[in-house]
Write a protein that binds this ligand. Structure first.
Ligand code: KMT
Ligand code: NI
Length: 177
């Protein structure tokens, strides 16, 4: 079952898959940043949500050292890519099939909120929200489904690029108090 808490911000390049549990975070405050969490038990339920929200595409991703055939360099590169702060131009759904994962999302005060996700946990990230992903130290594996409204595009706009589109700007305005 999902856990939400503030990140302790003590992460380094070596330890970012650890828990990094900081202050408690009240799940009720997700609405103020436009993030939706749902426990989704069946594929039928998942399909219903996808239909209701006009999602047309999905893909599945499996991530672990094994899925890279033990190639540590390739695995580490992927891990670093997912952990790089970024946003997408579309609302996107992430659903955990197997394993575990951390999604960190910025709250309206730019604090990292960490969602520790387990099987059947579903997270909807609004377009334009800055976030990052990593595996957990415990499982070191995730099998996730990614649902897209349009073509499965995996475009991530990294914060370090300094580029902020209209979608990002309007998201930021919508959450500012
Ligand atoms: C994202 O948007 O960063 C991701 O979906 C990460 C990979 S999903 C296991
Ligand atoms: Ni992303």
């Amino acid at each position: 079952m999902v856990e939400f808490y503030y990140h302790d911000n003590q992460d380094t390049k070596e330890n970012f898959t650890q828990d990094h549990r900081g202050e408690p975070f009240d799940i009720k405050n997700l609405t103020s940043i436009g993030v939706i969490y749902r426990k989704v038990d069946t594929l039928d339920e998942l399909n219903a949500i996808a239909e209701e929200r006009n999602y047309r595409n999905r893909d599945e991703v499996k991530l672990s050292l094994d899925t890279f055939g033990g190639d540590k360099t390739a695995y580490n590169a992927k891990m670093e890519q997912f952990y790089e702060e970024h946003y997408h131009e579309d609302e996107e759904i992430r659903y955990i099939v197997e394993g575990e994962g951390y999604f960190d999302v910025r709250d309206q005060n730019e604090k990292w909120v960490r969602a520790k996700l387990f099987p059947k946990d579903l997270l909807i990230l609004p377009a334009g929200i800055y976030h990052r992903f990593t595996l957990t130290e415990g499982a070191k594996y995730v099998h996730a489904m990614r649902l897209f409204k349009d073509e499965p595009k995996w475009e991530a706009i990294n914060r370090s690029s300094g580029y902020e589109s209209d979608i990002r700007t309007s998201y930021a305005q919508s959450v500012s108090s």
